[in-house]
Design a protein around this ligand. Structure first.
Ligand SMILES: NC(=O)C1=CN([C@@H]2O[C@H](COP(=O)(O)OP(=O)(O)OC[C@H]3O[C@@H](n4cnc5c(N)ncnc54)[C@H](O)[C@@H]3O)[C@@H](O)[C@H]2O)C=CC1
Ligand SMILES: O=C(CO)COP(=O)(O)O
Length: 354
């Protein structure tokens, strides 16, 4: 037995949370410095008349959020968050970002001393002082360093063990390497980069671009148009990071899985794309679409669009972000989907950026 045993807890058990639980539990079972049993905090609910935690622990499947995928038997569902975290040294945050504050409040002081965190959550908040990254929020609330993991990772595909890549952004190299060991598998290739801010913002903001891609599909436009939205979206993602984080973000980071690759997969296969397509076709509200199309899973791109535009407006910079501005106007200001392209032509500022 290794001198220091790490103990892992996954916080969240949705589509991606359950997949992350599957990956790390199967790795924990073979790593000799990590305790085999991995707790997964589950927001308790009834599924077909049974508690979801009971189903996961007895049937080793999450039929609501990740149906048809066998979960490892050493992944243990726990309904109480503080109990799930108790004694953990490695905390993996993976839940829809609107639920993070309540969770953090409920697990204060529950982790082991010296615990480290990683967030897989795609989103951020804006308060009176500006942008609050979720990794920063976790560090501020819980007093532990927090790395980030973002990538082209549609959960159902990763859970089926189809080869994909991801990117870990770290502040401390040793932590980056540790998280890499915990997440990497034959079908899940991990790259680690010392550029956590850009990695985290890529993961969050690509969900906004995905809405634009969905609008293209709803308008029945073709591949060239979607490719243009992806490319311009990538430029605005980089510009956003540089504008609000003092020029942060290495160009190379945008070529990691968290950058262009995640944009591509999300703009073709993600939930944000799907709901945005239906938004155009149906005229229904976002809440209705989320409830009708996602079976309890959560849409993150609309919430992130609100935060993105808040940050842009604080800086009086709508003119520098014509795509994000148009997506926000279509989502929330009653603009017609066809206005997506109205301000995209002759924008020299964007052309020169990358
Ligand atoms: N699903 C995917 O393909 C991917 C998702 N992500 C990101 O991972 C994060 C988590 O997403 P998913 O695991 O897919 O979640 P999900 O979209 O499947 O969300 C449902 C989860 O929210 C929980 N929940 C519902 N109400 C709650 C409440 N009041 N308090 C706490 N929890 C509540 C449910 O129990 C369930 O676990 C998001 O930020 C998402 O953007 C990142 C990569 C891939
Ligand atoms: O982040 C994702 C893939 O990397 C999933 O995106 P959606 O939330 O749009 O499904």
């Amino acid at each position: 037995m290794a001198a220091t045993m790490e103990k892992v807890c996954v916080l969240g058990s949705g589509n991606w949370g359950s997949t992350a639980g599957k990956i790390v539990a199967s790795n924990a079972a073979r790593l000799d410095d990590v305790a085999s049993e991995v707790n997964m905090w589950v927001f308790e609910e009834q599924v077909d008349g049974r508690k979801l935690t009971e189903i996961i622990n007895e049937d080793h499947e999450n039929p609501k959020y990740l149906p048809g995928v066998k979960l490892p038997e050493n992944l243990v569902a726990v309904p109480d968050a503080a109990a799930a975290v108790s004694g953990a040294t490695l905390l993996i945050f993976c839940l829809p970002h609107q639920f993070l504050p309540r969770l953090c409040a409920s697990i204060k002081d529950a982790a082991a001393p010296g615990a480290r965190a990683i967030t897989l959550i795609k989103g951020f908040d804006v308060d009176d002082d500006g942008i609050v990254l979720l990794s920063e929020y976790i560090t501020a609330q819980l007093g532990m360093p927090c790395a980030v993991l973002m990538g082209a990772n549609i959960a159902n595909e990763v859970a089926r063990e189809e080869f994909s890549e991801t990117t870990i952004g770290y502040h401390h190299e040793a932590n980056g390497k540790l998280w890499c060991r915990l997440f990497q598998t034959k079908y899940f290739r991990v790259a680690i980069v010392p550029d956590p801010v850009a990695v985290e913002l890529c993961g969050a903001i690509k969900n906004v671009v995905a809405l634009g891609a969905g609008f293209c599909d709803g308008l029945k436009l073709g591949n060239n148009t979607k490719a243009a939205v992806i490319r311009i979206g990538l430029l605005e993602m980089r510009q956003f990071t540089q504008t609000f984080f003092n020029g942060a973000g290495e160009l190379t980071t945008y070529f990691e899985s968290c950058g262009l690759a995640d944009l591509i997969t999300t703009c073709y296969g993600g939930r944000n794309r799907k709901c945005a397509e239906a938004f155009v076709a149906s005229g229904k509200s976002w809440d209705e679409l989320e409830a009708e199309l996602l079976g309890g899973q959560k849409l993150q791109g609309t919430l992130t669009t609100i935060e993105v535009i808040k940050a842009i407006d604080k800086a009086g910079a709508r003119g520098n972000f014509p795509l994000f501005t148009a997506i926000n106007a279509i989502c929330f200001e009653g603009a017609a989907p066809s206005t997506l392209f109205d301000n995209l032509v002759h924008d020299d500022a964007l052309v020169s950026r990358m």
